[in-house]
Design a protein around this ligand. Structure first.
Ligand SMILES: *Cc1c(COP(=O)(O)O)cnc(C)c1O
Ligand code: SF4
Length: 453
């Protein structure tokens, strides 16, 4: 390829056809009426967060009842078998169900995230385990992970408004499946231990309140956590993490107690000159509808900062154009794209993972497509507790074995952390080596040596 150096501008860019600005085109109207079970549901009902919560689907027979006639029986059988073998319990809101294209459910990016299909599952990578981020190993008290020097992760509650198949915390989040979960109930005595630990650590400035999901915290709990943390002299920043905006924006619109608790906590932060932000989790542009925009407008008008953390998911957002559209659409509704995570090494969802190379390609494409401050950082959360690393900052990456090696000098100096691409995406040579257990440790040792270890 020869490089072309342009010295004089040829022509100004012609204006684009406004119809091509798809990031601005949000789904409107009573789209939920496409679902047989919601045909007679009016807008006020559909926007009612109680109704959304009450009609959330947790059993395959309920799913079947809701989408009767839209899918063949073979799909339902496949889903039923998927429900039985998934590490996460299943929980899908009517809103999510309405956003799925039931004419093509196997390919739908929302179906892929929330409804497991037995026929699509792949064997786990031999290096996949529960709690691959070793969050429990870095927890001085149950439900508080203090990994980085100045920030910590507070797991306040163990439930979510929906359950994502790919949850990193399948070791704790949701009801027991075949996995017996670590107990992180919203117990006051557990929280007291956490507040006491945070108060005892002058270096801690920044607390991520997560779970589970902050959406599930009652209004008075949001206020209590906010007041307690913001009034600690060492704390400068807190964030509430919630998938909720992406799966049930109705709560922001109609749960006024909860909404006021979030807004008042953000206002308290401003009075104390401390930052309070909301971190959410949109993965696909279809998750942002006109209802989402109304919810985000309500938060924006109150000055609540919202950022997004997405997960890179195979067949959901692992194409350059899809990710670029997600990023632009987030910016359009005043959400700042913050991170895109390379999928953690989680059990039972190998079909959702993709390679570090895919992340690098998408990162390259997205950079330059919009404002720099709306351009997400692509990260690998290094398995074993190395923390988040820029995806492209590996010390070594062998595309044949799919092993990338990272270091984390300010988090765990002197150690090497390996991430593993899914085996089915490797070239035949790499697949053959993983098929032979005697090769596993050899491949690891080679990679760490090549990384300088
Ligand atoms: C992600 C994370 C944080 C926050 O990290 P940022 O890079 O500031 O978003 C804090 N603690 C733990 C354990 C985390 O996983
Ligand atoms: S909302 Fe977050 S914590 Fe809850 S299941 Fe999904 S990924 Fe896990």
């Amino acid at each position: 390829m020869s490089a072309v150096v342009e010295t004089t501008p040829k022509a100004l860019k012609p204006p684009v056809d406004p119809a091509s600005l798809t990031h601005q085109q949000l789904l409107e109207g009573d789209f939920w009426r496409r679902i047989p079970a919601y045909r007679d549901v009016d807008e006020a009902t559909f926007l009612d967060h109680h109704w959304q919560a009450k009609n959330t689907i947790t059993r395959v027979d309920k799913l079947l009842a809701a989408i009767q006639g839209l899918v063949p029986q073979s799909f339902i059988d496949d889903a039923a078998s998927g429900f039985d073998t998934a590490p996460m319990a299943v929980r899908v809101s009517p809103y999510l169900l309405s956003l799925i294209d039931w004419n093509d459910p196997y390919a739908d990016p929302l179906r892929i995230q929330f409804i497991p299909m037995r026929s699509r599952m792949l064997p786990d990578h031999p290096k996949v385990g529960f709690d691959s981020l070793a969050e429990q190993a870095d927890a001085p008290v149950p439900g508080l992970t203090h990994r980085y020097r100045d920030k910590a992760l507070f797991l306040a509650i163990d439930t979510c408004p929906v359950y994502c198949r790919f949850c990193t915390r399948s070791y704790a989040v949701g009801p027991d499946t075949f996995v017996e979960k670590v107990n992180l109930k919203p117990k006051k005595d557990r929280w007291e231990q956490i507040f006491a630990y945070i108060a005892s650590r002058p270096e801690l400035e920044d607390i991520v309140v997560s779970g589970g999901d902050s959406y599930q915290l009652r209004a008075e709990w949001i206020r209590e956590i906010g007041d307690r943390l913001l009034n600690l002299p060492n704390i400068r920043r807190i964030r509430f993490a919630s998938k909720g905006l992406a799966v049930m924006p109705q709560k922001v619109l109609t749960d006024d107690d909860w909404f006021r608790a979030v807004v008042d906590t953000a206002a308290l932060g401003r009075r104390l000159h401390k930052q309070v932000a909301f971190h959410t989790h949109f993965n696909h542009p279809n998750e942002i509808s006109s209802i989402t925009q109304r919810a985000l407008n309500r938060l924006f008008e109150e000055g609540v900062v919202v950022r997004n953390q997405a997960v890179l998911l195979r067949d959901v957002n692992d194409r350059e154009e899809t990710m670029a559209l997600l990023v632009k659409r987030l910016g359009h509704v005043n959400v700042q794209p913050y991170y895109v995570y390379v999928h953690d090494l989680v059990k039972g969802v190998e079909d959702l993972r993709t390679t570090v190379q895919r992340a690098l390609d998408i990162e390259k494409y997205v950079r330059g497509s919009t404002a720099g401050f709306n351009t997400p950082t692509f990260v690998v959360d290094a398995p074993g507790g190395g923390g988040k690393r820029n995806a492209h900052s590996f010390e070594h990456y062998d595309r044949k074995t799919g092993i990338s090696v990272y270091t984390a000098p300010s988090v765990k100096p002197g150690r090497f952390f390996c991430y593993f691409d899914p085996i089915d995406q490797l070239p035949p040579e790499g697949q053959a080596r993983w098929a032979d257990p005697a090769e596993h440790e050899k491949m690891l040792a080679e990679a760490v040596t090549a990384a300088g270890g």
